[in-house]
Design a protein around this ligand. Structure first.
Ligand code: ZN
Length: 317
């Protein structure tokens, strides 16, 4: 066994210390570098999301702009940011002078891989105005399946829904199940009543219909007859394939409404979303901007139901 002098031992200890410290230093630098890289990746992916959302929004606002807003006005509003876009546009626009509005609803729908149709039942209400303002803010349109409500305030609301480019649909005049679904006679007279009521106020011959409770409602055993009546009189009825769940309780938390909609929409190319326009449902209004933002970020166009929209039907009970 060789002798270890104190001097040598001290050197060995120093060496050990240096090795341990340098190992820790290397490890620390590696961890730090990983954290910095991770943060960078997260921030970049966030930027990509934001840019994507902005692109979708821009595309959609372009599609839906009224014809009286010219492209030149758009360009000046955007500080020339769209100059590249303009350059890419074929000159056919100038040749044919076709305003975007000449596109049919079917043509617009065909342009999108994914469409969400937001539908609001049971209005108009004290929340109609707020819903319309939010839709306008994002330059998207929805569908309102309305009931018959008297009064000049409500008349204004029906007109505002239509004038601001949203679709109006019938949802029965009274929404009282025992009246609407009493017999074929009462169903047809209720349907005519809400149809004519809205025709007088808006001048629109509305052929969209949504059954109170949906076509799968257990409140009647005569649904087949009512469907036959609608089909025979030129109406198209729409159920839904996504429920916001906002009717489950008086005020479902906005966060739950957002999650219900986004989970339901996920994986669907054509989502018809059930929501409610009711003075009691403030959380629906609260959830709406978040829902629209998430839909646009997810690449969805948010459009009103049109004649060309493929109906979604529940199974009749
Ligand atoms: Zn309803």
């Amino acid at each position: 066994m060789s002798e270890i002098t104190p001097d040598r031992r001290a050197r060995i200890n120093r060496l050990k210390k240096i090795i341990v410290i340098s190992n820790f230093t290397i490890l620390f630098i590696a961890i730090l570098a990983s954290i910095i890289l991770l943060a960078r990746v997260v921030s970049l992916s966030h930027q990509v999301d934001t840019l994507e959302a902005a692109l979708v929004k821009e595309r959609q606002s372009g599609e839906q702009k009224d014809a009286d807003v010219t492209d030149h006005e758009n360009v000046s509003q955007n500080d020339g940011e769209n100059k590249a876009d303009e350059a890419q546009k074929p000159t056919e626009e100038e040749d044919t002078e076709q305003p975007e509005e000449t596109k049919t609803a079917a043509e617009i729908e065909a342009e999108y891989d994914r469409i969400a149709y937001l539908t609001f039942d049971d209005g108009p209400s004290e929340n109609t105005q707020a819903i319309l303002d939010i839709l306008d803010r994002y330059n998207v349109k929805a569908t309102f399946f309305v009931n018959g409500r008297d009064g000049s305030e409500n008349e204004k609301r029906y007109r505002a829904i239509a004038e601001r480019g949203n679709a109006l649909g019938l949802h029965s005049y009274t929404h009282i199940f025992s009246d609407v679904y009493k017999s074929l006679d009462s169903f047809s007279s209720d349907t005519e009543r809400i149809h004519d009521f809205l025709y007088d106020i808006t001048g629109q011959d509305i052929k969209l219909y949504r059954f109170p409770g949906g076509s799968s409602t257990t409140k009647t055993t005569n649904m087949e007859q009512y469907i036959e009546y609608l089909n025979g009189n030129g109406y198209t009825y729409f159920d839904w394939n996504v429920s916001s769940g906002d009717a489950v309780e008086v005020q479902l938390p906005a966060e739950d409404i957002v999650n219900n909609v986004m989970n339901g929409v996920n994986g669907k190319d054509r989502a018809i979303v059930l929501m409610h326009d009711s003075s009691l449902k403030d959380t629906t209004v609260e959830a709406l901007p978040v829902i629209i933002e998430k839909l646009l970020e997810g690449g969805y166009a948010v459009l009103p139901i049109a004649d060309s929209t493929p109906p979604v039907h529940h199974t009749v009970n």
